[in-house]
Design a protein around this ligand. Structure first.
Ligand SMILES: [Zn+2]
Length: 257
């Protein structure tokens, strides 16, 4: 079988919590659930979360549209935030230099060649590096999140942005893996997925036995937080019921914290 799905890692690079571990039992390994969450959340005092988008770090051909793709990805979560207001309800973006994996108190979104930092290796599309400090009854409190996109997708494939996509159908997972197209990945889809990690959500789906080898996976393949992104698909741009349920759990924890 051709392997065209690439794992999107949420690398855990976590500062040990200084408070007691949470008393509340939460899901954080995949078990056929609609969303998967370890209870990590941003404290209310840090919301909305602002990311510096390092446009200059993007590959030249992608630079002009990168900010638009990032805004669209953030908007998916902002629109689903239960106490949404106008603008950035939970994720705000500003343009500026960003670091990846460095504890500098700033959340960054940048393009970083595979270098092993924070688990960002040559086999992934992107990595989100999380830091936490302390916890409350829901789980660990997030203090910083850095997202890095891999400028060199695996197997010599390319990245594409809105306006350059050549979609075969709207939601391609019906024929996934898609035999008609294997050579590109959608930046906005990947960013939407990584923002989900940055808000505290984990993967759904069985990473040991990917769809379609395991057909019980099929209810989850359309979710933004599914563990793998198919080549030539854009379905991760749109949140599904499980993603939204997970976001609402995060929102509840943040509002109560
Ligand atoms: Zn992921």
């Amino acid at each position: 079988m051709r392997r065209i799905a690439i794992l999107l890692f949420a690398a855990a690079f976590v500062v040990p919590a200084t408070a007691a571990e949470p008393a509340r039992a939460v899901q954080c390994t995949y078990n056929g659930v609609l969303f998967n969450w370890c209870g990590e959340h941003w404290p209310a005092s840090k919301l909305p979360v602002t990311f510096r988008v390092d446009v200059a770090s993007a590959p030249t051909a992608l630079r002009a549209q990168f900010m638009d793709a990032a805004r669209a990805a953030a908007q998916a979560w902002n629109q689903a935030w239960p106490t949404k207001s106008t603008g950035c309800a939970v994720i705000c973006l500003i343009e500026g230099p960003a670091t990846f994996g460095t504890a500098d108190g700033k959340n960054g979104l940048s393009w970083v060649p595979a270098n092993g930092a924070c688990g960002h290796s040559s086999g992934v599309l992107a990595t989100t590096c999380m830091r936490t400090s302390g916890s409350d009854s829901f789980g660990k409190l997030i203090t910083e999140a850095d997202i890095a996109l891999n400028p060199s997708p695996p197997s010599g494939r390319t990245w594409r942005m809105a306006g350059t996509l050549q979609l075969i159908t709207g939601e391609l997972y019906a024929a996934w893996p898609n035999a008609l197209c294997t050579d590109w990945y959608d930046v906005q889809s990947t960013l939407t997925h990584e923002f989900g990690h940055a808000l505290g959500l984990e993967h759904v789906g069985n990473e040991a036995t990917p769809y379609p080898n395991d057909l019980t996976e099929s209810p989850y393949t359309l979710q933004t937080m599914y563990w793998a992104q198919g080549a030539c698909t854009t379905n991760m741009r749109t949140l599904d019921a499980g993603d939204i349920a997970g976001l609402h759990a995060v929102a509840l924890a943040s509002s109560a914290g």
